[in-house]
Design a protein around this ligand. Structure first.
Ligand code: TEU
Ligand code: CA
Length: 557
């Protein structure tokens, strides 16, 4: 067990720097702001900070459009600020993981400016250029951010591929000089002492070079290219080359963001013998309340599907690879509003969701504000929104004649700005002395770090305890997983087992009372050792426990 890598016991805290803490009153979060909050994060007990991109960027997609990989975004500060952050974090035994965005760059990156200048440019093949014809792009793929995935460049009368915004041209990983530039950039940051990389849509970097058309879903205009750019033909070759050239020379954490990766894919990606990445972010559990065609088609979560999905990922990767565990990030709505209850039972359901996730096998990720039970937001005016995905979708659907209210309902449920309203530090906000780049959620009173720290029964202290338990007790990291009551519509019940002991985890995902017996849970009695719970005591009557709304607990036998 001692030879197991450090990141199997770590808990990662994701910071979206733009919205975390503003130190100079310009309304934009920055590196000095993060430094000023390291004591707060040390108190929480986290081991790693994953920073969303802090590189120079025009911020078309808030930093996921990089203009210079080796410079700090001016709004966030300077390279000296970054080096101070690394040092201050190290003093607190906190590693800094950077966001590696190498499926695409900004269209303002020097490479792209060169590449588009001439078909004979030395940088032409750093990107993916194809000739369509006068009126039709090379194929029918749609961009994730609406419209075609191809943009016509009149200067050289060719189209370039952009799976995301037109200001995010896809890099051509077939081209070895480009790959070498990426490896140099990774080495530049690793030599500054960072603790690893989160890799943005890294399973998109190998495309089917025939670029075949995708199937066009009903009432959509563009084809779905994802079968031809997700988990492509050379993805394992590229990841193994990246590992051989760079990663294996450092003791670092790597997590690949992999939309569309299955457990079979993840068994290859995360098997340490393959030397690709340590773990991946799966999207399967984040797609259970949307579809069938797109994320904006909102449908209610069926808990059984969530339970089966976690069971699959826990068991398929147990002793084969490794899981990441997350409910939230900067692209997802906030979990207490999504799978909990952000009105009547906000604190109970936020704690229940934390207990349910953190008792699983894998490395947990906490997104800024999740530890406070921060909620989704509802702005009346589309002009209050900032996210390019939301703004492009709104425009596209309004042009299709879809009513404002209908579109806003989807944005309220699934919009990425739900996660991007500024971190709530005090009752009156505490994020900035200026005008924030995006409006704060109005519910800062009662939902903020200052009040949470002062209240021993707050969600913050549930997270603090879960983080500590993972450090102290092996069963969380190494025990196997067994799902119980798979068909119960409201209860998520599972066991973690080692040779020496077994833990029972019970979580009520509903606002109604539920009953549960020892026999159903396959335990001899309810007198096990109570590890953690979100209510003060368990309501035990001989064989039965009466579960209150969103009640969760863990018993050890
Ligand atoms: O997101 C990858 C991705 O697939 C997202 O489009 C996600 O599925 C979608 O936003 C859900 O609404 C990564 C980054 O996390 C995201 O912030 C970037 O916008 C995107 O890549 C492009 O870099
Ligand atoms: Ca600032």
């Amino acid at each position: 067990k001692s030879i197991d890598p450090w990141w199997k016991r770590s808990v990662v805290y994701q910071i979206y720097p733009r919205s975390f803490m503003d130190s100079n009153g310009d309304g934009i979060g920055d590196l000095q702001g993060i430094i000023s909050k390291l004591d707060y994060l040390q108190k929480l007990g986290i081991d790693v900070i994953w920073l969303s991109p802090i590189y120079d960027s025009p911020n078309d997609d808030n930093g996921y459009d990089i203009r210079n990989y080796q410079a700090i975004m001016k709004e966030f500060g300077t390279m000296a600020d970054f080096e101070q952050l690394i040092k201050e974090a190290k003093h607190r035994n906190i590693r800094i993981v950077m966001d590696l965005v190498v499926n695409h760059t900004s269209d303002e990156h020097a490479w792209f400016v060169e590449s588009r200048s001439s078909i004979n440019s030395a940088y032409r093949d750093y990107y993916i250029w194809r000739t369509g014809n006068e009126h039709n792009p090379p194929n029918n793929w749609g961009s994730v951010f609406s419209g075609s995935a191809w943009e016509k460049d009149e200067n050289t009368n060719a189209y370039y591929l952009h799976l995301f915004s037109k200001k995010q041209p896809d890099l051509n990983w077939e081209h070895e000089p480009l790959r070498n530039e990426i490896y140099d950039t990774m080495t530049f940051w690793l030599d500054k002492g960072i603790g690893g990389f989160r890799m943005d849509v890294i399973n998109f970097i190998s495309k089917d070079l025939q670029f075949p058309n995708g199937a066009i879903p009903p009432n959509q205009k563009y084809g779905d290219g994802s079968p031809f750019y997700m988990n492509g033909p050379r993805i394992h070759t590229y990841l193994r080359e990246m590992n051989e050239r760079v990663l294996r020379h450092y003791d670092v954490l790597t997590v690949g963001e992999m939309p569309g990766a299955t457990t079979e894919d993840a068994q290859i990606y995360t098997n340490p013998e393959n030397q690709e990445v340590n773990m991946v972010f799966t999207f399967e559990h984040m797609n259970l309340d949307s579809g069938p065609f797109e994320k904006w088609d909102v449908r209610p979560l069926v808990l059984k599907e969530l339970k089966r999905n976690f069971e699959k990922w826990q068991n398929k990767l147990h002793r084969v690879g490794w899981n990441s565990l997350y409910w939230n990030n900067h692209d997802q709505p906030r979990i207490v509003s999504r799978f909990g209850d952000d009105q009547m039972y906000r604190e109970e359901s936020a704690k229940m969701l934390a207990i349910c996730l953190h008792m699983l096998q894998g490395t947990p990720y906490i997104y800024q504000g999740e530890e406070l039970g921060m909620t989704n937001v509802q702005f009346d005016a589309i002009d209050d929104y900032r996210d390019i995905e939301t703004l492009n979708m709104y425009k596209e659907k309004r042009e299709l004649g879809i009513p404002h209210e209908k579109i806003m309902a989807s944005i309220y449920a699934k919009g990425r700005d739900n996660a991007r309203t500024p971190m709530q530090w005090t009752a009156d906000g505490g994020f900035t002395d200026g005008v924030p780049w995006i409006r704060m959620n109005p519910n800062t009173y009662g939902i903020n770090a200052e009040e949470a720290i002062a209240d021993r029964s707050s969600i913050f202290y549930t997270y603090q305890k879960l983080i500590r338990l993972r450090k102290e007790l092996d069963i969380i990291t190494y025990g196997n997983f067994q799902l119980l009551l798979p068909d119960h519509p409201y209860l998520f019940v599972y066991k973690r087992q080692t040779k020496e002991e077994e833990w029972l985890v019970v979580a009520n995902f509903s606002k109604q009372m539920e009953q549960i017996t020892c026999e159903e849970c396959n335990v001899p009695h309810w007198k096990g050792n109570l590890i953690i719970a979100n209510y003060d005591t368990l309501k035990i009557e001989k064989e039965i426990i009466n579960l209150r709304p969103y009640e969760a607990f863990v018993l050890a036998y």
